[in-house]
Design a protein around this ligand. Sequence first.
Ligand SMILES: [Cu+2]
Length: 435
Amino acid sequence: MVDKKQFKALCKVLAATLALVSSAAFSMDLNMPVGVTPTSHEVYDLHMYVFWVCVGIGVVVFSLMIISIIWHRKAAGHKAAHFHDNTALEVIWTIVPVIILVALAIPAAKVLVNMTNTSDPDMNVMIEGYQWKWQYNYLQDGFSYFSNLAADSNAASQLGSKINPDSVPHYLRDVDHPMVVPVGKKIRLLITSADVIHSWYVPDFAVKVDAIPGFINQGWIEIDKPGTYRGGCTELCGRGHAFMPVVVVAESPSDYAKWVAAMKASNGAYIDPATMQPEHNGSPVVYATPLLNINAGNSAQLEPAAAVLPATASKAPAATAKPASGKPVAAEKNLTMASAMKLGKQVFDSNCAACHMADGKGNAEIGAPAIAGGPIPNGPLAAHIALVLHGKGIMPAWGARLSDMQLAAVITFERNAFGNHQGDVVQPTQIRAAR
Ligand SMILES: [Cu+2]
């Protein structure tokens, strides 16, 4: 028999356990993140509400069980009641759960409706999943770029790299070119895929939207705090699934406007928003990957990207070539060896190095041949262009993914880097002709 003293001791143990569990849940980040968007706040509040309803039900059920087991045992002389068809009891145990379920369903439905309400956005960003990277298309501003796994994570993740992943900051959670957005603006996300099903997920936004080829799914965010938010692909999409993180940098609207202006003026290069903060003296650092225009392959759209090239390129005579469409091309620039090699290295590092490796030695593991001394980069130009445009086996077809300018540059780069010395400079017009 449990006496009063024992009962008190039991209560103390229970209280201590509860306190421990709840403090662990709330202080050790075991609970879900509160997040930084209206959706994430609503989801968090709903989660806590449902949690406390469950706690209430748990307390009632377990109290009854404990009381019955301890004080109403058969061994303590108690006899079970024998009755049938207690209408009052049956009505109560039907109505009470119904009330609880309705009380859960109404707020849950509200959150779902708000979550999918993408109307009246201040801006739109189209997000496209690729094996294995993300592409961010700033529809209103007419630029877009790829966001690849950061180079240090990529290097450490290679088989036998001997780099300790713990030494890499944000290992597998960092990218070369984060998505940049303003805080306090409703941003509609249009999410799709270029190949297999991916899923774009940032826990702090409470946004997880499947990226499905041929469909455009929607989500929205309105971030309330500047910061860097990390997530990743959450739909198993193949070998590189774990290697396509999502990083979003949220900035004040004025900083964001500066970044957009810098991106537009950079004519194709990525501007790292971190380098535009005052401590960098306002001199934007131009980063690796050149931008891919939204209509990849639509050469008329792509020509302005030519201005990305350094001053040497702009000295070259502005060609007045006309694309097949007959539309005049605004000042198309020819590539010089120097400008092609510079742009080509950027394109290579962010698109090709994942398989062919940064040193051009290839990766036998996945059957990607060496570019250094390879037969195609050191053979006839037409075959080289055709292979890069159309792909082969697991070598992707780059024709739809890179612009004429980027393809001309990367092919020139492959023919003249890593010890290759073909000496030819491929021009965007040659790529266009070969498409
Ligand atoms: Cu994926």
